[in-house]
Write a protein that binds this ligand. Structure first.
Ligand SMILES: Nc1ncnc2c1ncn2[C@@H]1O[C@H](COP(=O)(O)OP(=O)(O)OP(=O)(O)O)[C@@H](O)[C@H]1O
Ligand SMILES: [Mg+2]
Length: 254
């Protein structure tokens, strides 16, 4: 079986700063992979390389077998893809950030409609019906006409998730989706993510929510200083970590 996400020997430099130092990561279709690690370990950088917000300095990312960002010619040489082709690849990968980045002058519904029309060229009526369905799915059927400023952080994040889902992504990436939220709003966002996982979505989730990782993750990865220190099921990485660095980190967040 071709993995949905296949990262090989990923390196990322920002100038002299070596942030990813040979990361390998495989996520099967339908799997939920939770990435843990201290601040600055490279978690966001890894996610950003998965949806081509950043370009790797070395190594490769394949999504469902397709090389991201490059095509190989008959001699095996790599050529950077045209920006349009990269945009097509990026559309297959949904991303949800810590900050929701909704358009403030658009209602919840309009926020979920926008990219469907602009990027996918979907007819407006179809985009609206899809947006309505997704906002219902994330529990916001009574908030569709509200502007972001009229919504709680948890509601805004659920709109952001609906907006990403509206593009029919094959994979969803989440970068600390609940860490900007008041504690009482975290649960409603995690519930939507659990529902998505139960529906078979392939997900890579950077989070400090250890309970979520235990309950939902098929696969937990612990990163530190740009490398994967250990990985495996939650029962292993969280409950019986093999490495001192993992134990130290868990002692902080638990
Ligand atoms: N665009 C950039 N230019 C220069 N350095 C960067 C850039 N993005 C990230 N870095 C650096 O790369 C390192 C890893 O950052 P990254 O955001 O991936 O860490 P992280 O594990 O997501 O941390 P956190 O838990 O704080 O979000 C940090 O030292 C950061 O300052
Ligand atoms: Mg980060």
């Amino acid at each position: 079986m071709t993995p949905m996400v296949d990262v090989r020997a990923a390196h990322k430099m920002f100038g002299d700063l070596h942030v990813l130092k040979g990361v390998d990561l495989t996520v099967a279709a339908g799997e939920v992979c939770v990435v843990l690690g201290p601040s600055g370990s490279g978690k966001s950088t890894l996610l950003r390389c998965l949806n081509e917000l950043e370009v790797l300095t070395g190594g490769s990312v394949r999504i469902d077998g397709e090389l991201l960002g490059y095509r190989k010619d008959s001699s095996g040489a790599l050529h950077r893809l045209h920006p349009k082709a990269i945009a097509r690849q990026r559309a297959r990968i949904g991303m949800v950030f810590q900050r929701f980045h909704l358009f403030p002058h658009m209602t919840a519904l309009e926020n979920v409609v926008e990219a469907q029309v602009q990027v996918l060229r979907r007819p407006k009526a179809e985009a609206r019906s899809k947006a309505t369905e997704l906002l219902e799915r994330v529990g916001l059927s009574d908030r569709m006409g509200h502007y972001p400023a009229q919504l709680s952080g948890g509601q805004q994040q659920r709109v952001a998730i609906a907006r990403a889902l509206a593009m029919d992504p094959e994979i969803m990436l989440f970068d600390e989706p609940t860490s900007a939220l008041d504690p009482e709003l975290v649960g409603e966002v995690l519930a939507v993510m659990k529902d998505l996982a139960a529906g078979g979505m392939t997900m890579v989730v950077v989070t400090h929510e250890i309970g979520f990782a235990r309950e939902v993750a098929d696969h937990v990865v612990f990163m530190d200083e740009g490398v994967v220190v250990e990985e495996g099921p939650a029962s292993q990485v969280i409950d019986a970590p093999a490495h001192e660095r993992t134990r130290e980190f868990l002692a902080h967040v638990l």
